[in-house]
Design a protein around this ligand. Structure first.
Ligand code: ZN
Length: 246
């Protein structure tokens, strides 16, 4: 599809990129990405995907904006406290790029709604903050064959990995079963910039997947330590005994 003069200017730096150009921009325009979670990780991830011109972005979150979110969740501002996160997010993202079709899901991903919702997307970003959701996303993406980016952050560090179901090591190959009990949310500290680093890597992986560019972060857990300022690549393998993909 041909770009309008405005789009040619907006995406000028993409059009100059070797291997992207106008054709690649059209691929992004046709792309559909679902970001599960409009919080710390979901903020930079969705901002960059929308800025990049990904044609359709789904955002799923059942929560409302709280004051304590604003230290890291850049989709939301002080005036948004009390609004639903999807409402606040859609306004921020629309202001950034009204070209993008935004689909908002003010609900939690569940085993029952996942297959229908995931079916319409090319790539899924796990931007959630609890084990229950992470295992659910891994299972639902495996069942529907959807590639996804996993990420987790805590204190001064984080990790991320991209999964191509049936082809590369999955979340359960690496992490097995959910730990018992709920994620102790209240006890968790988090350096505010941390999701900015990891969520931006997740957006990078989504863009690379859509464009077919480079090598995805598959069979590799990228572990970030902000205090030492190191990125460590840990090789992981598909587990033949994996309950999901073995
Ligand atoms: Zn597996």
């Amino acid at each position: 599809m041909a770009l309008t003069p405005d789009q040619r200017e907006r995406y000028a730096r993409h059009l100059l990129l070797p291997g992207v150009g106008e054709e690649g921009q059209a691929v992004l325009k046709a792309g559909r990405v679902l970001v599960v979670g409009a919080g710390g990780l979901g903020s930079p991830c969705s901002l960059y995907l929308v800025a990049a011109g990904v044609g359709t972005l789904g955002i799923m979150d059942a929560d409302s904006v709280e004051l304590s979110n604003l230290q890291r969740q850049l989709l939301h501002a002080t005036g948004d406290i009390g609004r639903t996160k999807v409402e606040s997010a859609s306004e921020t993202l629309w202001r950034l790029n009204p070209d993008v079709k935004l689909v908002m899901y003010p609900e939690r991903l569940t085993a029952s709604n996942a297959p229908e919702i995931l079916a319409t997307y090319d790539f899924v970003v796990d931007a959630t903050d609890n084990f229950e959701s992470k295992f659910l996303i891994a299972d639902a993406c495996h069942a529907t064959g959807k590639p996804y980016s996993h990420a987790g952050i805590l204190n001064f560090g984080g990790q991320t990995m991209t999964v191509l179901p049936g082809k590369s090591a999955c979340y359960r190959c690496v992490f097995g079963e959910p730990p018992p009990g709920p994620t102790p949310e209240a006890a968790r500290g988090l350096l505010g910039v941390l999701p900015g680093v990891i969520g931006t890597i997740q957006a990078t992986e989504a863009l690379k997947f859509l464009l077919g560019a480079g090598e995805l972060l598959t069979d590799t857990l990228l572990v970030y330590d902000a205090l030492k300022m190191t990125f460590r690549r840990v090789s992981v393998k598909r587990d033949p005994a994996c309950v999901l993909c073995g």
